[in-house]
Design a protein around this ligand. Structure first.
Ligand SMILES: *Cc1c(COP(=O)(O)O)cnc(C)c1O
Length: 376
C-alpha cells in the first residue's frame, strides 16, 4: 500500500493468528490435508500476506480462481502447490505451466490444449480433472466422464494430480443435493479403479461440505469462507470453532446537529423527527461498503450500536447518535468487528444488505489499507 494511504482513518485489520487458528481447527476436525482457498484477494483479507502467513503455518496447498492470482503468489515467493480453479482458455495454459501452477482441466479439448502447451515448453503439466456432479458450471458430467478420465490417465504431457467437483447446496445441512453429488463423484472416481490407474487426490468439500457433510471430506478439503471465520449461509452450523479474522474500522470525521425535518444525504430519504446529532464516517460504496446498507446498516461508536441514516455515498455516510448521543471527531467507528463487548459480524451486514458474507468481504477493495496483527 502506498504511503499516501497510510493516513487514512479507515482500515481493515486482519488477525493472522485467527486465520492460522482456523486453518488448524479445520485441519484437525477433518483429518485430511487442506487446500486453503485464496481467490478474490483472499476473500478481501489480502492475497500475499495471508498466503505467506498460512504457508509459514503449515498450509498444504492453495487454490485461486485465476492464473493472475497464482502468478502473484509465485512472485511473492509462495512455493506450495497452487491450483487454479477456474475455467481456462487454451492460450492461458502455457502461462500456468511456466509458473508451476496446477491446472483445472474440464474437457478433453482442454486436455489436448494443455498437452500441446506442455509439449511446447518441454515440461509436464500437473492437472486436476474437474467433474460436474450438479453445479453445471465447468467440468465433464460424471455420467459421461469415462473417456475424459481415460485420455487424462494416458496423457504423456499431463500428470493427473487430483480429481474434483464442486458442491452446489452444502451450505444447507439438510439439502439432499449433496448426497446425490457425492454419489456421482464416487462413480466418476471409479473409472481410475476400472482402468487400474493410481487414484489421484479426490477433493470435493467447500466450507459447507466441511461443516456439514463428513462423507465429502475424502482426500482433501477446500475451505474458503470458513477459513476466514465466516459462515457460508444463515442455515449453516458452526460445527467447527472458527473465528472471524477481519475487522473494518474507521473514525468519525464530522459532527453536527441536524434539525427536525432536515433530510440527510442523496435523495433526501431520511429526516429526523426531532433535532438530533449526526456524525459522518469517511468510507462508502467506493470502498466496497454496500450502498444497500442505506437506512438499514449499523455501526459501533463508543460501544453503542447506531443506525446509518440516509443513503451511503461513494466516500462517506452518516450515522445518527440520537438527541443525547455524544461522539467526537477521531472517535473509533467499528463497521465489522468488536467494540466494548458489542459485535457486528460479516453475517449481520450480509443479512442487512440482502447478500452473502462472501460478497461483503470480497467487495472491500484496495482503497482501504490493510493492517496485519499477530503472526509472530
Ligand atoms: C470458492 C471455491 C471453494 C471455496 O468455497 P467456500 O464456500 O468459500 O468454502 C472451493 N472450491 C471451489 C472450486 C471454489 O470455487
Amino acid at each position: 500500500m502506498s504511503e499516501s494511504f497510510s493516513q487514512r482513518p479507515t482500515r481493515i485489520v486482519v488477525d493472522l493468528d485467527a486465520l492460522s487458528g482456523n486453518l488448524r481447527a479445520i485441519r484437525s476436525h477433518v483429518g485430511v490435508p487442506v487446500m486453503a482457498i485464496l481467490k478474490a484477494n483472499a476473500y478481501g483479507h489480502g492475497l500475499v500476506p495471508v498466503a505467506r502467513h498460512l504457508q509459514a503455518q503449515g498450509a498444504e496447498r492453495f487454490g485461486v480462481a485465476f492464473v493472475e492470482e497464482g502468478i502473484a503468489l509465485r512472485r511473492a515467493g509462495i512455493h506450495l502447490p497452487i491450483l487454479v480453479l477456474g475455467g481456462i482458455l487454451g492460450r492461458q495454459a502455457g502461462l500456468l505451466i511456466e509458473h508451476d501452477l496446477e491446472l483445472t482441466v474440464s474437457s478433453i479439448d482442454k486436455l489436448r490444449k494443455v498437452e500441446a502447451a506442455a509439449q511446447t515448453l518441454g515440461r509436464k503439466a500437473a492437472i486436476h480433472l474437474k467433474i460436474d456432479t450438479g453445479m453445471e458450471r465447468i467440468g465433464v458430467h460424471s455420467e459421461t466422464c469415462g473417456p475424459f478420465i481415460e485420455a487424462s490417465v494416458a496423457s504423456r504431457w499431463c500428470t493427473v494430480e487430483g480429481i474434483y467437483s464442486h458442491l452446489a447446496c452444502a451450505d444447507d445441512p439438510d439439502d439432499p443435493m449433496t448426497a446425490l453429488q457425492l454419489a456421482r463423484f464416487h462413480d466418476a472416481c471409479g473409472h481410475f479403479t476400472r482402468l487400474g490407474a493410481r487414484m489421484p487426490i479426490r477433493h470435493l468439500a467447500n466450507s459447507g461440505g466441511i461443516l456439514h457433510y463428513p462423507d465429502t471430506w475424502l482426500d482433501m478439503v477446500r475451505p474458503g469462507i470458513a477459513l476466514y471465520g465466516v459462515l457460508p449461509d444463515p442455515r449453516s452450523r458452526r460445527t467447527i470453532d472458527v473465528r472471524p479474522a477481519l475487522e473494518l474500522r474507521s473514525q468519525v470525521v464530522y459532527f453536527k446537529v441536524v434539525h427536525v425535518g432536515r433530510p440527510v444525504s442523496y435523495g433526501a430519504t431520511w429526516a429526523p423527527s426531532a433535532d438530533t446529532r449526526i456524525v459522518t464516517i469517511p468510507l462508502g460504496y467506493g470502498d466496497g461498503y454496500p450502498r444497500a446498507l442505506s437506512n438499514r446498516g449499523q455501526v459501533l461508536i463508543r460501544g453503542r450500536r447506531l443506525p446509518i441514516v440516509g443513503r451511503v455515498c461513494m466516500d462517506q455516510f452518516m450515522v445518527d447518535l440520537g438527541p443525547d448521543g455524544t461522539a467526537y471527531n477521531g472517535d473509533e467507528v467499528v463497521l465489522i468487528g468488536r467494540q466494548n463487548g458489542e459485535t457486528i459480524r460479516v453475517e449481520d451486514l450480509a443479512a442487512q444488505a440482502d447478500t452473502i458474507g462472501y460478497e461483503i468481504l470480497t467487495r472491500l477493495n484496495d482503497r482501504i489499507p490493510r493492517e496485519y496483527v499477530g503472526g509472530e
